[in-house]
Design a protein around this ligand. Structure first.
Ligand code: TUI
Length: 312
């Protein structure tokens, strides 16, 4: 599965693990990179020194390339951006904003820059600012999302830019990967399936909640506040959506979700916490090691489109 993405990043397979807040720590990132994909450490809203430690620990576990995802709404984004350059991390992905102001610093440090975008407008702007590739993330994804689905976003972005596009949102098996290639992607990013891998350090309750999820168990909160977030339905999403329907304001709603992701991932409170996961949760039925998962994905994808000219 050699594509522009594997060549750009120096990896074996064009499969990237999403930089999920609280979930994507160094054990997971190193396991994905060791299995031939690209592992990411999710900086989320963590302090910069935590991110530096994570990078150093990942370097001890793998000699393969790995990356850091910077959540641009973080109060520590400036410092984390600096650390990524100092530590000569191979790849940075960004989410929930526009990373333009860091681009020059990263390029000078030899860091490959892959912004996550949810619109054609931002995709074009990122290409102009020097991005090496893009992740086009559809609203099937978990966490903070945009408006368009992967099915419509990926081909429009692939047509609008000449840098490689990596599809994300709604992909959990070889069929999804093959479909992404047909839409014009040269690689894919997956989050939810990696949450339940053996190497993932999240609370068992969180993994079980994903494995038990059905097709209809996904909800989006925060559409009224302009911060839509996809999670599995539970008491928190129920109360949130009820309050939204009653016209509650941002501050009241925010109280309900504050610290909610940590509560679910670390403490295992999947009733009142925020169990962010993609719509694809209903398809995730087994816990595998990262290597077994990636090998399975490659085999399935190859079985569908291998030799048809998509990996070039
Ligand atoms: O960033 C994500 N997904 C995330 S971030 C996150 S952390 C969080 N925790 C609690 C509440 C809310 C968030 C959880 N999941 N995905 C990448 C992504 N970026 N999706 C959409 C976007 C995006 C949206 C708007 C990127 C840029 C943008 O506008 C930028 C601009 O200024 O034009």
């Amino acid at each position: 599965m050699q594509t522009e993405v594997t060549r750009l990043l120096g990896i074996k397979y064009p499969i990237i693990q999403g930089g999920m807040a609280w979930v994507a720590e160094y054990h997971l990132a190193a396991a994905v990179s060791n299995a031939g994909g690209l592992g990411l450490i999710g900086a989320a809203s963590a302090p910069a020194e935590w991110v530096r430690e994570q990078i150093q620990k990942a370097k001890e576990l793998t000699d393969k390339p790995f990356g850091v995802n910077i959540m641009l709404m973080s109060p520590y984004a400036d410092e984390v951006a600096q650390i990524v350059a100092e530590e000569r991390v191979k790849v940075v992905t960004t989410g929930a904003g526009n990373p333009e102001k860091y681009m020059k610093m990263w390029k000078e440090a030899g860091v490959k820059v892959i912004p996550v975008v949810a619109s054609v407008a931002l995709a074009k702007r990122m290409e102009r600012s020097g991005a090496d590739a893009l992740v086009a993330e559809g609203c099937e994804a978990g966490g903070h999302i945009g408006e368009s689905t992967t099915m419509v976003l990926v081909p429009q972005i692939a047509d609008a830019v000449s840098i490689p596009v990596i599809a994300a949102g709604g992909i959990a098996d070889g069929r999804g990967i093959a479909a992404a290639f047909m839409l014009g992607a040269k690689g894919i990013q997956m989050g939810t399936h990696f949450v339940v891998t053996e190497e993932s350090q999240v609370h068992d309750n969180y993994k079980e909640k994903i494995i038990k999820a059905r097709d209809i168990d996904s909800r989006v909160t925060g559409r009224t506040t302009g911060h839509p977030v996809r999670a599995l339905r539970n008491e928190m999403t129920k109360q949130y959506i009820e309050l939204e329907n009653k016209g509650a304001g941002f501050e009241e709603l925010e109280k309900l979700t504050l610290g909610g992701l940590r509560k679910a991932v670390v403490e295992g409170d999947v009733v009142h916490g925020s169990v962010m996961a993609g719509q694809i949760a209903g398809m995730v039925k087994e816990r595998l090691t990262c290597k077994a998962l990636i090998d399975k994905l490659v085999k399935e994808t190859d079985g569908i489109i291998g030799g048809k000219g998509f990996y070039e």
